[in-house]
Write a protein that binds this ligand. Structure first.
Ligand code: GLP
Length: 241
């Protein structure tokens, strides 16, 4: 793992945007792995500005998102498809037909998981995968105890993750407890992985990922096995290292 410690969230987003810009400028047909959550929002904003300034193009790129709530279709405001459209895709020159998010409304979710894996393979695999990290060390929705070689599948969310993400839902709004997520094995197959984390509330998870043992108890620790994983964090997230 390469660990990059920067001053604040703004520097983390700019650093992440530089990596994605360089990747796309090297290979316009890159296969991008994308993430949701609050952490990547500033990076997406930076990419939108660079795209609109003509510094980077997504015209020939393809994207695969990590995960989606099972039970929400893409038009639902809390779905990750909706998040990606509103935070990134609607504002850049990507062909939306080439953006893939696991289908939260799949009639047969198990089959949909296999199809998602097949689609990634058909496109030649993910070149660069963006990740955030949950406070319990989850990546995508691979909660603690997830198999380290797991593939895209249906996962039950832990109470900790449901509570952490409750802030995005209105008090009386239905919040799914199930998801479809790329597996840890799927993530490890990406040629490059970039994990961003900011803020003191991520410091424990960051310490466990970097300094702790390789263990399913901290799914992000699986990145210790990756040949090209870059961990970009601010001083607060690095405070327990
Ligand atoms: C969700 C997503 C993860 C994300 C995590 C942290 O559970 N499935 O991909 O990394 O939240 O989100 P945030 O960046 O908002 O802290």
């Amino acid at each position: 793992m390469q660990i990059v410690i920067l001053n604040d969230a703004i520097e983390v987003a700019a650093y992440g945007a530089d990596i994605f810009t360089a990747q796309l400028n090297r290979n316009a047909r890159s296969i991008l792995g994308l993430a949701t959550g609050s952490t990547p929002v500033a990076l997406y904003q930076a990419l939108i500005e660079r795209n609109q300034a003509g510094d980077v193009s997504f015209k020939e790129a393809t994207s695969f998102n990590l995960d989606e709530y099972l039970g929400l279709d893409g038009s639902h405001p809390q779905s990750y498809r909706h998040f990606m459209n509103s935070q990134l895709f609607d504002h850049i020159d990507i062909n939306k037909a080439h953006t893939y998010v696991p289908p939260g409304d799949a009639k047969n979710p198990v089959a949909a998981c296999h199809e998602y894996e097949e689609k990634i393979a058909e496109k030649g695999g993910i070149d660069i995968q963006l990740l955030g990290i949950g406070r319990n060390g989850h990546i995508g929705f691979n909660e603690p105890s997830s198999g380290l070689t797991s593939r895209t599948r249906v996962k039950t969310l832990t109470k900790a993750t449901i509570d952490d993400n409750a802030r995005f839902f209105k008090p009386d709004e239905y919040q799914p407890h199930l998801s479809i997520t790329m597996g840890i094995g799927t993530i490890l197959d990406a040629k490059k992985v970039v994990l961003l984390a900011t803020g003191e509330n991520k410091a424990e998870a960051i310490q466990a990922m970097i300094e702790g043992p390789l263990t399913a108890a901290c799914p992000a620790s699986a990145l210790q096995m990756h040949r090209d994983a870059v961990i970009v964090i601010d001083k607060a997230a690095a405070s327990k290292l």
